[in-house]
Design a protein around this ligand. Structure first.
Ligand code: PRT
Ligand code: ZN
Length: 283
């Protein structure tokens, strides 16, 4: 099988989770901080460690076959790549923020104002869509200090917790783009068997990450109510206990309605509820 290359961030916010995802997919490789490339010993893949800004173009130009990068970087570099899988980490939003004491009140008030950003391409599109004419000041870092220095009236920057805005006396004013890390590839390559296999493995890890394995004991007479709460993957597994009239139920519960389901199960008479993480779910 042909050996492919996947580009991931060398260091920074996406590095650790990208490495963890690939390792959870069963790929065995050394995460040398000093090397640019690391071979995977048990899968036809090599890992390229790059600055995130270079990843979309490397994939578009065929230097790498796959990449893991934030949507903000993809949109800013305006490349034509295939989105293979959203990965659910590196979540953030590109927002316009203004000083707390600013007199800007509506989007229209941005007309004629100076906005500092490291995302001029995305901001330009946003302004055009909203029929606004603002002066875009492109700076490469520490965008949040520019209003305080009198360099701009607003900023357009990534926000996750909002702590950076707050500590710089700024408040979010408008949402420009939501972003998360995505697996990208070249258009037309989706049916490559190595890529198909990797996507399947990634999906099995993501499915497992969002679910919990739950085992509980319940009296057989309450089983029907408990089962009606539990979709499982097909249906829950029910095993008789040594104690007459009791059964153990094994099931999988999605993280998002976990607590609601657990309270329902307790109300239905479930006892000794054990919750375990799941490593992979292969459908
Ligand atoms: O060296 P390299 O070029 O590879 O990395 P980088 O410095 O350009 O990027 P890095 O590692 O900071 O971020 C990589 C990716 O993580 C980004 O492209 C986003 O897709 C994603 N991401 C998620 C974030 C954030 N959250 C984030 N909060 N990227 C940056 N920030 C910054 C933001 O710019 C601001 O300065 O964090 C600050 C705000 O954070 P809060 O939590 O205070 O709101
Ligand atoms: Zn970068």
């Amino acid at each position: 099988m042909q050996t492919l290359k996947i580009a991931i961030q060398k260091s920074g916010r996406l590095n650790e989770k990208s490495v963890a995802l690939l390792k959870n997919c069963g790929l065995s490789f050394e995460n040398y901080k000093s090397s640019l490339i690391s071979p995977v010993s048990n899968f036809p893949l090599e890992i390229l460690f790059l600055r995130d800004d270079d990843i979309p173009e490397y994939v578009q130009d065929g230097i790498a076959d796959l990449g893991i990068v934030g949507e903000n970087v993809i949109n800013e570099t305006e490349v034509d790549v295939a989105y293979l899988q959203r990965l659910g980490f590196g979540k953030c939003s590109l927002k316009i923020a203004i000083p707390n004491d600013s007199n800007i009140q509506s989007l229209g008030d941005l007309d004629g104002k100076a906005i500092a950003t490291s995302y001029p391409v995305i901001l330009k599109k946003f302004l055009k869509e909203n029929k606004l004419k603002a002066d875009i000041r492109t700076i490469s870092g520490s965008v949040e200090i520019s209003p305080g220095l009198g360099m701009s009236d607003a900023i357009c920057d990534l926000v996750s917790t909002g702590g950076t805005l707050k500590s710089n006396g700024l408040r979010a004013f408008a949402d420009v783009l939501s972003s998360e890390a995505v697996l990208i590839g070249r258009k037309g390559d989706e049916n490559n068997p190595v890529i198909e296999e990797l996507i399947q493995r990634v999906q099995s890890v993501l499915r497992a990450r969002d679910t919990k394995y739950v085992v509980l004991n319940i009296e057989r007479k309450n089983l029907e109510t408990a089962v009606s709460l539990l979709p499982g993957i097909k249906s829950p597994t029910v095993v008789p206990l040594a104690e007459e009239g009791w059964v153990a139920v094994h099931t999988v519960i999605p993280e998002q309605d976990f607590w609601e389901k657990i309270s329902g199960l307790k109300a239905a008479g479930a006892e000794g509820i054990v919750v375990m993480p799941i490593e992979k779910i292969i459908l």
